[in-house]
Design a protein. Structure first.
Lengths: 164, 164
């Protein structure tokens, strides 16, 4: 069989595998961040986002079903890198007053990565006429944006606490 | 000498090294993307952003000077991961009509990473009373946001071209 030319459908599928891997990695990382964070508010935020992430993984599984593919991840070096940076902060700033500020910055970088990926996937799903998939992905994008805004508020109050 | 407790200043310095490494990596990666991209518009956008990135590197060097540190990068696994993903798309979709859409998605993920990092650095610089540093970082943040918007427009027209 000759190699078939790759299409936008293939790109959509590859990127879906990438974010599926990323969400599962985030799901495994959040409990460690919740355990390490200093403030109660930040612990609670990480725990809440872990619950939300479970629902986001399920939505991705529905999208795989819609395109008739098995839900399978593909190593996403970007999220691995982001997780590694988080682990570094957790270790190097363990006993520092600045720990939460560092963890929050890392979590915001992750949210930005996801916001960018979901935005792309939605544009491609629309282009491919996949309305139901686009609608599922939009639900998750809205959640990620809300999480990012909540993290920004926490980052501000964490800085104010340090200044006090 | 006993280990000193790490402070927000240290976190600022670490993150500055991270984004300095990232900008330099981007500077090395953009010519490859410009070479690989299919459309003239995307090639031009990558070339323009390479010029801009040079100025951003210089601004970071001024910030290092302001905090009396040597401009030195620190491996940023997140940007390495993003660059790796870009290289994969470049190879796997080399002859595909969807190549530019894939490169654009990767470039937008990089912009989002930078937007998040600069946003954080600005908040910390303000907290630390470093007005001049904050102002330099804000100049770059404004450029990154403009670049992100330009990439979004290019992504839309690239999808429209594929549909035509």
């Amino acid at each position: 069989m000759a190699a078939k030319e790759k299409t936008l459908e293939d790109l959509f599928h590859e990127t879906l595998k990438d974010i599926y891997y990323a969400e599962k990695k985030i799901l495994r990382t959040l409990p460690k961040l919740a355990k390490g964070a200093h403030s109660k508010e930040l612990k609670a935020a990480f725990e809440k986002h872990a619950d939300e992430t479970e629902g986001q993984v399920e939505r991705l599984e529905k999208v795989f079903e819609l395109i008739d593919k098995a839900p399978r991840g593909k190593t996403c070096p970007a999220i691995d890198g982001l997780a590694e940076e988080g682990a570094e902060v957790l270790q190097e700033f363990k006993t520092s007053d600045a720990l939460d500020a560092g963890l929050l910055a890392g979590a915001q970088a992750v949210e930005h990565y996801e916001i960018s990926r979901y935005g792309t996937l939605i544009a491609w799903a629309e282009q491919l006429g996949m309305r139901e998939a686009a609608s599922l992905l939009r639900e998750t994008l809205a959640e990620e944006k809300k999480t990012d805004a909540a993290l920004t508020r926490l980052a501000e109050s964490s800085l104010n606490r340090m200044a006090a």
